[in-house]
Design a protein around this ligand. Sequence first.
Ligand SMILES: Cc1cc2nc3c(=O)[nH]c(=O)nc-3n(C[C@H](O)[C@H](O)[C@H](O)COP(=O)(O)O)c2cc1C
Length: 326
Amino acid sequence: MNIETLDQHLRIPLIASPMFLVSGTDLVVECCKNNIVGSFPSVNQRTTASFEEWVQTIKTELAAYNETSDTPAAPYGVNLVVHKTNPRWREDLAVCVKQEVPLIITSLGAATEVVEAVHSYGGLVFHDVTNPYHARKAAAAGVDGIIAVCGGAGGHSGATNPFALVGEIRAFFDGTLILGGALSSGRDIAAALQMGADYAYMGTRFINVQESMAPQAYQDMIVEADSTQIFYTPSVTGVPANFLKPSLIAAGYDLEQLKAPAKVNYGEKLKPPKEGSKTWVDTWSAGHGCGVINDIPKVADLVDRMAEEFKMAIETTFSKANKYIQ
Ligand SMILES: Cc1cc2nc3c(=O)[nH]c(=O)nc-3n(C[C@H](O)[C@H](O)[C@H](O)COP(=O)(O)O)c2cc1C
């Protein structure tokens, strides 16, 4: 698959990003059927064998859909955490090669080894970064796309302003650029293109859809939260990440202590204070976009809405800007 083939299958330039414990087969399949890219982290399944079962389920469901639909489904993606803390990544990569997963989204390591393996069957590799240093390394490793995960993103977020990071990466990388961090609407997708990106990347927005694996209480917390309820700290997972404050408090964390990363070394985390409380399971991550997320729609309805917003935003921008372009 090349980028043109990817584009031909998309209704809007959008990737529903991979989310630990949130993205499963239902979410991925619904996204692809609605012609946006759906993706999930391989580690959402406990073993490489069960990860392969998910890939097979997705392939089977999309093939059945393509038999009857006039519009073929969009390609799906798998996220591989390429790091020594994920001892499975080489085995999971072998599954991706065997099953010819169309898009691989790598986090942490941008290994040439992954790029070569995925290119061997015609797949694409997009690598996520939070700074220009890692973007340069990814470009040197030969990735097909760089995902700029900017300030305000859900999960392990960057802290850099999106205008700054996109501009810095664009100065040395003319490949495919994907923008993530607090994007939630069709208007935001249009804005991402305006800034120089090729695709938008949304996580938090897809926690709150009917097909996500997130529990109802998590989704309700996102509906109720505004951006001031998001707390950025390295102390929960060992890497800077955004969490919903009420979930941190419910897990027994002292926000003042989390605020002071000097008390933990980078890569070190504080033990969840409440007995039995688990990070990601009980402490819920979301990005600043939660402030504009007020519902839990079906993927199909959300994509319809975003496609309409996208079109209106482009038309409005064109009519506003046109008078300045003579
Ligand atoms: C609950 C949650 C879990 C996440 N897990 C992963 C993951 O396993 N792998 C990954 O590459 N990114 C993960 N992310 C980050 C997203 O893929 C994406 O970069 C981010 O959500 C984009 O910002 P947004 O949430 O503001 O849209 C996660 C994000 C959230 C909210």
